[in-house]
Design a protein around this ligand. Structure first.
Ligand code: FCB
Length: 458
């Protein structure tokens, strides 16, 4: 099983999850610093204040990447390091860190893929409403311009946002992520402004350089109902709404310049945010699209009164759960309690190609699993992660055979790290990290992945 000759093999991380050094070199606070300080929000009251101290250990960390033969490294840039207040003053020492990181990567022959926003919004901007404020789109584009200008001579591949669905719906809709707001109407506002910010950032980066490859990273999944529900059962509407929010909200606006009808039908909660010209900005051409895939989204009909994890008043709830509940888990269930559904990745990729004729080349920008296997005689034999990688790469390979233009795969994650509301208890790394001593120990999966890279397949 060989991949196309120029297929790009890499691994991914994000700033708040690995860097630590939260007050070093003038870094401002982010919404995640604030969220972690709020009692009851993060397991064990963990935070990214130290994380895996990558800010200080980046050179050794790049050596680890090099020993695995990674061709690309996807990392994110911490906005509060560059603009501690979110707008205005630029912190040169913050930019210098990414400068050093990029130089070190290039010295080792590893291509940098920079994500501009992986959830660490400067806290001062949240005081002004964060992503619910329409100005957030311009704040983001201004920040993007500063970073792109500084690094575009050496960083050729850029993502604007990571998983805006998560920022909007987990951050502002059900509040399990920073900034912890529980208001579905605000989630829709945030979603629109994130998209608008993406479009404005694309415009400004394009004007700065014509040889930057610009894209966005989305978490998507096939959404479907298992089993049958009679016509008229609320489950059908729920599935349509879930699919609209998880997939079509992003894909239709970005690639067709249109909101899905299902959402427009919700009325002012959607349409009030949309100003004339917004969709033209949002749908500016992009050069690639990143897909983060963990599991598909399956529900079964639910006849109980409550209606799943959300209710129609929107209280603590996401739209699209009335009349359904999560389907039973399948496959090798991960420590996170997620199913493993590799064929969902093939299906998603084929659906994207079939539904969007202007789909740009696709990169798998995240895919991975939390499995914590013990260290035995200095080794971690994480056979479940190895199986996960094999099955998902097989699915990617099938999608390519079925004609989808997939250009690369970035495993999530390179290192164990701070897993957001789950703190440090979910270990996603190819490389184990002892959070007390900061010792890095490559798991067997990392050597397995290294062999796949060197063979360009199996
Ligand atoms: C994705 C995030 C990433 C990580 C993985 C497990 O949603 O982009 O930061 O938390 O999930």
């Amino acid at each position: 099983m060989k991949f196309p000759a120029d297929f790009l093999w890499g691994s991914a991380t994000s700033s708040y999850q690995i860097e630590g050094a939260a007050t070093t070199d003038g870094r401002g606070k982010s919404i995640w610093d604030v969220f972690c300080e709020t009692p009851g929000k993060v397991i064990n009251a963990d935070s990214g204040a130290v994380a895996i101290d990558h800010y200080n250990r980046y050179e050794q960390d790049v050596d680890v990447m090099s020993s695995l033969g990674l061709q690309a490294y996807r990392f994110s840039i911490a906005w509060p390091r560059i603009m501690p207040n979110g707008t205005g003053k630029i912190e040169k020492r913050g930019l210098d860190f990414y400068d050093r990181l990029v130089d070190k990567l290039l010295e080792k022959g590893i291509m940098p893929l920079a994500t501009l926003y992986h959830w660490d919004l400067p806290a001062e901007l949240e005081d002004k409403g964060g992503w619910t404020n329409r100005d957030s789109a311009s704040w983001f584009a201004d920040y993007a311009a500063v970073v792109h200008e500084a690094l575009q001579d050496r960083v050729k591949m850029w993502a604007t946002l990571n998983e805006p669905w998560v920022s909007a719906f987990l951050g502002y809709g059900i509040g399990i992520h920073a900034p912890g707001i529980k208001d579905p109407a605000k989630a829709f506002q945030a979603a629109h402004h994130l998209l608008l910010g993406h479009g404005k950032a694309i415009e400004v980066m394009r004007s700065q350089s014509s040889d930057s490859s610009l894209g966005i990273v989305l978490n998507m999944a096939p959404v479907y109902l298992e089993g049958t529900a009679p016509a008229g059962h609320p489950a059908h509407e729920a599935i349509e709404l879930q699919d609209a929010i998880l997939n079509k909200l992003w894909m239709n606006t970005l690639l067709k310049g249109q909101y899905p009808k299902t959402l427009i039908n919700l009325g002012p909660v959607i349409t009030d945010s949309i100003h004339e010209g917004d969709l033209a900005e949002i749908s500016r051409p992009i050069d690639w699209m990143g897909v983060n895939y963990y599991q598909d989204s399956r529900s079964v009909p639910d006849d109980s009164a409550g209606g799943g994890v959300m209710d129609s008043t929107g209280n603590g709830a996401l739209p699209g759960s009335k009349g359904v509940k999560p389907a039973p888990l399948v496959g090798e269930v991960t420590d996170f309690g997620w199913s493993t559904t590799p064929d969902g990745l093939r299906r998603l990729l084929v659906d994207m190609r079939d539904s969007y004729e202007n789909l740009p080349p696709v990169y798998i920008t995240e895919n991975g699993a939390a499995y914590d296997d013990p260290i035995v005689d200095g080794k971690i034999n994480d056979t479940r992660r190895i199986k996960f990688i094999n099955e998902h790469l097989k699915a990617v390979h099938q999608a390519i055979e079925q004609g989808v233009d997939v250009r690369g795969y970035m495993h999530w994650s390179l290192f164990d790290n701070f897993e957001w509301a789950e703190g440090y208890r979910q270990r996603f790394g190819l490389v184990h990290v002892d959070f007390e001593t900061q010792v890095r120990l490559p798991r067997e999966s990392s050597w397995h992945y290294a062999r796949i890279i060197s063979n360009n397949g199996f």
